[in-house]
Write a protein that binds this ligand. Structure first.
Ligand code: ADE
Length: 353
């Protein structure tokens, strides 16, 4: 089904933190594509049966799709939440494909003016999907327009001002809102309560990641053996978007070196070149652990001090660098600051530069 992108994904409400250079292991969409959607498009699964992993999510949504189809109704509104890069947009497109309808794609920062969201809603055809990324960033006004739209497929418009102001209601086609967020806790409860299905996407396990890498390699016509796919899987932080990005870098090294079949050794060589270690940590991650261990005796150290020592923006450090280190148990957040764990110290010993 056709994808329609609306507006720019970047909005003025919360500007992205400054970055020196893009990180290979950043789970955000790549800026190098014409649009991130386009670059990821060729590797996206189109149907539920091709979507690897997230078995509970697939089961729940599969049943909901089948039931909606059998009743010839719009699918209930769906909220997908979880870390970036795990396939929320992909799942929205898969749902549209399964329902045989179009998916309109936008993100909350592109819906700054009331007419942005109104324009999208009035143009929806029956049972179509409206995908709103970063839905926790909707303005209050946009949220209030959405409430009757989601609940009763109705648009309440205020006409006139002051004492002559009146509300007029317009019927909308029954549609499905698919909202995506990395921060479910930041969603207002009236908005959250209007979703019939609320599903979390989990980090992927190694087996699923290996299968995702093998599938992507086949689509990119890379002759990659199973051990090589596993090496990519180990380094991608549980995130398919990163796996596919690493795979493209491996493909570059293989092409330049004139290699036909790609084995585990070549993956190691290619990803070492990008300073990605066997556990998926890059130079920024190791620099953080190193600074904490060697300059601050393991901590606790405040975020701002750490950021200043690394020459990084504190928000970037907190949102991009730290989560994986925390998830891996290499770093801990305590009320008094960041502390390196024993596993973090061991990782530094194993990967002394
Ligand atoms: N590519 C990215 N994510 C995927 C997934 N979950 N299944 C199959 N291919 C993918």
């Amino acid at each position: 089904m056709a994808i329609v992108s609306s507006g720019s994904p970047a909005g003025p409400a919360r500007p992205a933190a400054p970055r020196d250079k893009p990180r290979l292991l950043d789970p955000s969409p790549s800026p190098e594509a014409d649009t991130p959607l386009q670059r990821e498009d060729s590797l996206r699964p189109r149907r539920l049966a091709d979507y690897i992993g997230q078995s509970e999510l697939k089961q729940v949504l599969g049943i909901a799709v089948e039931a909606a189809c059998s009743r010839a109704e719009a699918l209930d509104h769906v909220l997908l939440y979880g870390p970036p890069g795990l396939g929320k947009t992909t799942m929205a497109l898969v749902l549209a494909e399964e329902l045989g309808v179009r998916c309109r794609i936008t993100s909350a920062p592109a819906l700054e003016r009331p007419r942005d969201i109104v324009g999208l809603l009035v143009n929806l055809q029956p049972r179509e999907l409206l995908f709103i990324d970063e839905i926790h960033r909707l303005t209050r006004v946009a949220e209030e327009i959405l409430y009757p739209a989601m609940e009763d497929f109705r648009l309440d418009l205020t006409v006139g001002k002051g004492t002559t102001a009146r509300t007029r209601s317009l019927p909308l086609a029954p549609f499905t809102l698919v909202g995506a967020t990395t921060r479910a806790g930041s969603l207002s409860s009236p908005l959250r309560d209007r979703f019939g299905l609320i599903q979390r996407l989990e980090f992927y396990g190694l087996d699923d990641l290996q299968a995702i890498v093998q599938r992507a390699a086949a689509l990119l016509q890379i002759d990659l053996d199973a051990a090589a796919a596993l090496e990519v899987a180990r380094r991608c932080r549980g995130t398919p978007r990163i796996a596919n990005r690493l795979l493209r870098r491996v493909r570059d090294v293989a092409a330049v070196g004139g290699h036909g079949r790609v084995g585990a050794e070549l993956v190691n060589e290619a990803l070492s070149l990008h300073r990605v270690d066997g556990r998926g940590l890059d130079a920024s991650d190791r620099r953080l652990l190193h600074l904490l261990h060697h300059s601050y005796g393991g901590g606790p150290v405040g975020l701002d001090t750490l950021a200043a020592g690394l020459g990084e923006d504190p928000a970037t450090l907190e949102a991009v660098v730290e989560p994986f280190l925390l998830q891996q148990g290499l770093l801990q957040r305590t009320p008094r600051g960041r502390v390196i764990t024993e596993a973090g110290v061991q990782h530094l010993r194993d990967h002394a530069a």
